[in-house]
Design a protein around this ligand. Structure first.
Ligand code: AMP
Length: 206
């Protein structure tokens, strides 16, 4: 079975940002269930419409929907040597389903305290043309593209609080689950992005 990496952490930990460098370093394609769901929503598919209410409220989309998406994605040829999962798995049943499909050789957990998360997420903006992520204070966009930036619908304080409680109740138990399997590595996500990237690079090469 192929060797995949899981990028794990609360919403706003910087998973999407850090994924770029990991993709460049490992050659593994990024598989983000959040991006896949947003694409389904934008395309108006049945799956996207079904997922919409959960996403906008900040709740998790049901496991069977997510596992179905991943099963299909993993049949594509670029996934054969393993992928970088971003935002998946988020529950123990998802991790159990994943274990049947791919071998997870490394789980990188980016740790950020809750109080830092809300500030990060509420100021987060996205370039709809490139998918690049900015922050109104921590990473302002160049002025020529600033006008087209959008804010995710679930990047408001109320949805963030719901997403954080979903993380603590349903997702964080996975850290122990993967730790018991001997594949968990933790990095400090509460520092400059370049320092987080350096810690991740060390974990990947060790
Ligand atoms: P993200 O972009 O990873 O923050 O995901 C945005 C939203 O999509 C989440 O708040 C959930 O509603 C949904 N979602 C993404 N990935 C998953 C997953 N693995 N399991 C359940 N829901 C998910």
């Amino acid at each position: 079975m192929s060797q995949s990496i899981v990028l794990f952490g609360p919403p706003g930990a910087g998973k999407g940002t850090q994924a770029e460098a990991i993709v460049a370093a490992t050659g593994k394609p990024q598989v983000s269930t959040g991006d896949m769901l947003r694409a389904a929503l934008a395309a108006g598919t049945r799956l996207g419409i079904e997922a919409k209410k959960y996403m906008e409220a900040g709740e998790l989309v049901p496991d069977n929907v997510i596992v179905g998406l991943i099963e299909e994605r993993m049949t594509q040829s670029d996934a054969m040597d393993g992928v970088l999962f971003d935002g998946f798995p988020r529950t123990i049943p998802q991790a159990e389903a994943l274990a049947e499909i791919a071998e997870v050789s490394l789980v990188i957990s980016i740790e950020v305290p809750d109080d830092a998360i809300v500030e990060r997420i509420v100021g987060r903006r996205m370039d709809p043309d490139t998918g690049d992520i900015y922050h109104i204070t921590f990473k302002p966009a160049p002025s020529e593209i600033a006008g087209r930036l959008i804010q995710r619908k679930d990047d408001n304080e109320e949805a963030v609080r719901t997403r954080l409680s979903a993380y603590h109740n349903q997702t964080s138990p996975l850290a122990k689950w993967y730790s018991q399997k001997g594949v968990l590595a933790t990095v400090n996500g509460n520092q400059a992005m370049s320092d987080v990237a350096a810690e991740i690079a060390e974990v990947i090469t060790s």
